[in-house]
Design a protein. Structure first.
Length: 111
């Protein structure tokens, strides 16, 4: 698929807040319910670093296959080109930050 500059129309989250945006880097806060997720995708040029504020985040990764659970205060960095799926591991909402950079942002959905 073609890389997208904005993929927000591809998934639903309870809340999104942009905390910082600079050329090549931004920090976004997301809150997802137990039924929401950020679908399988990857980024060509930037890494995603996830930091959990509340709840528990579950990140599924490919190449190699792996599942990572993050509690509040924990982080996980997903390298550029590595496919990942972001889900809520609990029945209550989960709030997390995504630090993306350094580089040109894109979102490549996997079907």
């Amino acid at each position: 698929m073609e890389p997208l500059k904005d993929a927000s129309h591809l998934y639903e989250v309870e809340r999104t807040v942009m905390h910082a945006e600079r050329p090549g880097f931004h920090i976004t806060e997301h809150r997802i319910t137990s039924t929401q997720s950020v679908p399988w995708h990857y980024h060509n040029h930037v890494a995603d670093t996830f930091y959990v504020l509340e709840g528990q985040l579950r990140i599924f990764l490919q190449n190699p296959k792996e599942a990572v659970d993050l509690a509040p205060g924990e982080t996980c960095t997903v390298a550029a080109i590595r496919p990942h799926l972001v889900t809520n591991a609990l029945e209550t909402p989960t709030t997390f930050l995504v630090l993306q950079g350094i580089g040109e942002y894109d979102y490549v959905p996997l079907v």
